[in-house]
Design a protein around this ligand. Structure first.
Ligand SMILES: [Zn+2]
Length: 142
């Protein structure tokens, strides 16, 4: 599963242009630890940091990141060869879930970061991706 987080972290970091994009990339990076911590087999789209005013643009960004991941862009930054067919199938499925996702499915919307509590977004100097408070998912992914 952390392979999925790693390839999506790379793609979303490469695709990120705005602060908002970087927040999504950092959120994805945080999921390797969340998964380990909770024993989940995956993460829930509904838990992503959606905001009502930007959801259309946020979805577009995530879709372009997933499509970029499906072209195996940046996979050479991993120090192993991922099982491509399996990962691409998962990414494809994730794409479909994103397309079906609607704002009313979200849980995080009310918690938003309104109030100026913007976390600093760091990058991993080795893998050049945006990282979470837990650090870099690829550094953890061995
Ligand atoms: Zn790293």
């Amino acid at each position: 599963m952390s392979v999925f987080v790693s390839v999506l972290s790379i793609a979303s970091s490469l695709a990120a242009e705005t602060r908002r994009h970087k927040e999504f990339a950092a959120w994805i990076a945080s999921q390797d630890q969340a998964i380990l911590g909770h024993g989940f087999a995956g993460f829930d789209i509904a838990d992503m940091p959606w905001k009502a005013e930007t959801i259309a643009a946020d979805e577009d960004f995530m879709l372009s990141a997933v499509r970029l991941a499906m072209t195996k862009t940046g996979w050479e930054r991993l120090d192993y060869t991922p099982p491509d067919e399996l990962i691409i199938r998962r990414l494809d499925h994730f794409c479909l879930m994103l397309q079906e996702f609607r704002l009313e499915h979200t849980r995080a919307i009310e918690e938003g970061s309104i109030g100026g509590n913007d976390p600093v977004i760091a990058t991993c100097p080795i893998h050049e991706i945006y990282t979470s408070q837990y650090g870099c998912p690829i550094c953890h992914d061995h």
